[in-house]
Write a protein that binds this ligand. Structure first.
Ligand SMILES: NC(=O)c1ccc[n+]([C@@H]2O[C@H](COP(=O)([O-])OP(=O)(O)OC[C@H]3O[C@@H](n4cnc5c(N)ncnc54)[C@H](OP(=O)(O)O)[C@@H]3O)[C@@H](O)[C@H]2O)c1
Length: 251
């Protein structure tokens, strides 16, 4: 009998997190589908996975309170009947602030969702007693860390912290056979732009249009299946990061 593979993806109710969760389910993982407010999207994914003969469970949590973020690991393990072998930290809050406009509230909210919650999830993941065969963690960063805009001050500070935490955790968890890597997406899905603006920005990248969720899914799938690769960030951005620091027209 082959051992059951269990994965947890945060932010599985929509967009990139949903695509990553679906991609791992297609690889045969029993899925912990975390969501916060996207209950309908997470439920839809659960039903799709089950309809295709897979296994999944829903786990809800607001990750702006990181104190209990790690509980998601135990909740997933209990519902699916084994340790979580793969953790993907995709959930993220993208609110804009600047050094001038930030408040303790915006700073703490963005640092909690983008850095503290993933860190406590990594801690809970690594502490699982049943995780004897190693495991893999993938943190979702952002290619714009290379040319971060001060218009999203706290968001990028959270991602900088998660970038550092990825490398430190990779070092610490290597002896346990746990790899810790990151994927840094480029322009995958529009956020606060119109579809037209988004497409014209994609057009400016060295490779041009075409980057989509499937490319991020492929990167995550590679990293979770590469036991000798750790502390690495796989940038999947159509070459956007090559366009220079600071004043990239893509922003
Ligand atoms: N989209 C892109 O082109 C792009 C580019 C670069 C980097 N990224 C990175 O890729 C990842 C996914 O991006 P995306 O565009 O799909 O994200 P998104 O549309 O902004 O969705 C954010 C996700 O995070 C979850 N989330 C937000 N606040 C939360 C909270 N307080 N507690 C728990 N969950 C919370 C949301 O869950 P609910 O909806 O359930 O509340 C949602 O699933 C992020 O880490 C992002 O930084 C994306």
């Amino acid at each position: 009998m082959t051992e059951k593979k269990i994965a947890l993806v945060t932010g599985s109710g929509k967009r990139l997190g949903k695509a990553i969760a679906r991609g791992l389910a297609d690889e045969g993982y029993a899925m912990g589908l975390h969501y916060n407010s996207s209950a309908d999207g997470a439920q839809e994914l659960l039903q799709d996975i089950q309809a295709e003969g897979g296994e999944a469970t829903l786990v809800q949590k607001d990750l702006s309170d990181p104190e209990h973020a790690g509980d998601l690991i135990a909740e997933t393990a209990e519902a699916l009947g084994g340790p979580v072998q793969v953790l993907v930290n995709s959930a993220s809050a993208f609110d804009a602030d600047t050094l001038d406009s930030l408040t303790l509230e915006t700073w703490q909210f963005l640092m909690n969702v983008n850095a503290a919650a993933p860190v406590f999830l990594m801690q809970a993941f690594a502490r699982q007693e049943g995780l004897t065969g190693g495991g893999a963690i993938v943190n979702i960063l952002d290619t714009q860390l290379k040319s971060a805009s001060p218009e999203r001050f706290s968001y990028f500070c959270g991602k900088f912290a998660l970038d550092g935490a990825t490398r430190l955790a990779a070092f610490e968890l290597g002896p346990k056979g746990i790899t810790v890597n990151a994927v840094a997406p480029g322009l995958v899905l529009p956020s606060d732009q119109t579809q037209e603006e988004f497409e014209s920005r994609q057009e400016m990248t060295p490779i041009g249009p075409g980057l989509g969720p499937q490319d991020i899914v492929a990167a995550v799938r590679y990293l979770v299946s590469a036991p000798q690769v750790t502390g690495h960030t796989l940038v999947v951005d159509s070459g956007q990061r090559l366009m220079g620091f600071g004043n990239s027209p893509i922003g």
